[in-house]
Design a binder for this molecule. Structure first.
Ligand SMILES: [Zn+2]
Length: 399
């Protein structure tokens, strides 16, 4: 299933009989529509069947009343190359994550490369190589945005300009390298931003031997674009510091699967109370000490809906449109012109919930019935989720 970076599907795809259309837009999470038209891998129309031009399709998918959402985005992963993670010695983890509804993964640093170079030329070379490698090769069709250098002492503005010129668009977690002080981090984050490179900061205690503590004052001073894993790793900052970060910073509030769950709930509730739910984005932080979680984003969605009490339709936005907007991605929202990256879900068989949203609100995972990336069907019934009650079917391959 791992394939070279296939371009978008050419031609016209019609998706009909969508039971519930989740938009990814936190201001309007549910759309009054049952039909989508995709042209050359992009959304061309969204609406009621009678309002859309559904003639002459190359492919027709009958959603059979299931729920369609934008493909899920994992805002925080640590890939290396291909579909292999040396951290946990596993092959196929990205393809397995596709079966958890994820269509885009964003690297927070290729830190698990054995023998990772830490000299400046070496770290730049690694970032450029990782960016190129995942640009040329998409495991299972998943878009892995990688090439996220871990900054080290001694870097100058020219280094950031070089990286940007070479196509690097992300920084690995600030704090995983030798730059751990707020003043130094702030200068480098600002250089990165000036050259169009987005930054994430490690928040909290060391996650594995070799990483260090980044406290709230360093996070505030560095002012990275994303407050990476605000709920820490296996340890988190004190709850009141996390709430202070939500309040005093305007940056993305990233909650991860591999973090402290109690603080995850506190951060989500703080964002709702502060009326900034649009800042919340989700990641897994896998692979790490906690391992690979193919269903990690779905588990975060069910956890925040079931335990933090955030309405399920909003939590789906945390993992789709919020991330797309915070990170300037062309996917993550059901809007004309966006990439046709979709996950089809239904309530899992035997869930106590009556509907998909109801079941997720009870903390159950949904069943994934199909995943599409750039208008290409990448998997049918998930091999990893519980079985969906109903699944979409390809009814005609057109002409
Ligand atoms: Zn980290």
């Amino acid at each position: 299933m791992a394939e070279a970076a296939a371009g978008a599907a050419s031609g016209k795809v019609v998706i009909r009989n969508v039971g519930l259309l989740l938009s990814g837009d936190i201001d309007r999470p549910i759309l009054d529509a049952d039909t989508l038209v995709v042209r050359d891998g992009r959304i061309a129309a969204v609406g009621r069947a009678s309002d859309c031009d559904v003639t002459d399709p190359d492919l027709v998918v009958d959603a059979r009343g299931t729920t369609l959402a934008p493909g899920l985005i994992d805002s925080h992963v640590h890939p290396v190359f291909g579909d292999w993670t040396p951290r946990q010695g596993q092959l196929g983890w990205i393809d397995s994550t596709l079966h958890g509804g994820v269509t885009t993964m964003i690297s927070a640093g290729e830190v698990h490369l054995p023998g990772r170079p830490k000299d400046i030329v070496g770290l730049k070379a690694l970032a450029i190589t990782a960016q190129r490698a995942f640009d040329n090769f998409r495991p299972g069709g998943v878009k892995v945005l990688a090439g996220a250098p871990v900054i080290e002492k001694g870097m100058t503005e020219d280094d950031f300009a070089d990286l940007a010129k070479a196509g690097v668009k992300l920084l690995g977690e600030v704090g995983l390298g030798s730059v751990k002080g707020g003043t130094e981090a702030k200068a480098m984050v600002a250089w990165a931003r000036k050259h169009g490179i987005q930054s994430t900061i490690h928040t909290g205690g060391p996650s594995i031997p070799g990483s260090g503590l980044i406290d709230k004052d360093v996070v505030l001073e560095a002012d990275a674009d994303v407050i990476g894993h605000i709920n820490g790793g296996h340890t988190a900052l004190p709850e009141k510091h996390v709430c202070e970060l939500c309040e005093r910073s305007a940056r993305a509030i990233e909650i991860v699967h591999n973090g402290n769950e109690r603080i995850a709930v506190a951060a989500a509730k703080a964002a709702i109370e502060l009326k900034c739910p649009h800042r919340v984005i989700l990641g897994t932080d896998g692979p790490a000490g906690s391992g690979v979680q193919p269903l990690g984003i779905l588990r975060m969605i069910a956890f925040l809906a079931g335990v933090a009490g955030v309405p399920a339709e909003l939590v789906f936005c945390f993992a789709t449109g919020n991330t797309a907007r915070m990170r300037n991605l062309d996917c993550g929202l059901i809007e004309v012109g966006r990439a046709a990256d979709f996950v089809f879900m239904d309530r899992a068989q035997h869930s106590a919930g009556r509907t998909l949203l109801d079941s997720v609100g009870l903390g159950d995972l949904p069943g994934v019935g199909m995943v599409m990336i750039d208008g290409v069907v990448r998997c049918g019934r998930s091999r990893n989720t519980p079985p969906a009650t109903e699944i979409p079917v390809v009814v005609s391959a057109g002409h």
